[in-house]
Design a protein around this ligand. Structure first.
Ligand code: GDP
Length: 138
């Protein structure tokens, strides 16, 4: 089992001024920030990142949204990081997210849902490598 996961604070949460609140919840959840950057994705970069969802009906909407404004990308470390972070962020649809989760607090809809969290150790590695070089990890 790996002890790292990858997250993004999505454009909706950045626009709403919730970077600080979300980072606080991440820290309070016991995660250490290994790498972090603030940037905007182009439509093409968002399409590349979400390539696995290319066949899904919401792919256009998703990549449009993810390139609509700045995001915060980060690699996080904790024992059982992938599963524990999925618990901390809550269900994809905030209407179904548990009380006290990041999406319950800060997400507005299934599409604009405040945060990303990797769904497997393998994807955490791929996604972290998409954004960060070896030098950019502490
Ligand atoms: P996650 O692992 O909880 O992020 O969910 P998925 O892997 O199923 O979907 C990836 C991302 O696509 C989600 O976080 C949403 O931003 C977006 N998404 C998922 N389902 C929908 C949908 O029905 N409509 C739209 N517009 N976006 C969606």
């Amino acid at each position: 089992m790996s002890n790292r996961t990858f997250t993004m604070i999505k454009p909706d949460a950045v626009k709403a001024g919730n970077i600080g609140n979300i980072l606080q919840m991440i820290n309070a959840g016991g995660f250490r920030i290994v790498a972090m950057k603030y940037l905007s994705l182009s439509k093409q970069q968002a399409e590349k990142f979400y390539e696995v969802h290319a066949a899904r009906p919401f792919y256009g909407e998703l990549t449009e949204f993810m390139s609509s404004g700045p995001i915060v990308a980060a690699i996080l470390e904790k024992e059982n990081a992938v599963a524990d972070f999925r618990t901390l962020i809550g269900a994809t649809n905030p209407a179904q997210a548990a009380e006290g989760t990041i999406r319950k607090k800060y997400a507005a809809s299934i599409g604009e849902n405040a945060v990303h969290g990797s769904d497997s150790d393998e994807n955490a590695e791929i996604e972290g490598n998409f954004f960060f070089s070896g030098l950019e990890r502490a």
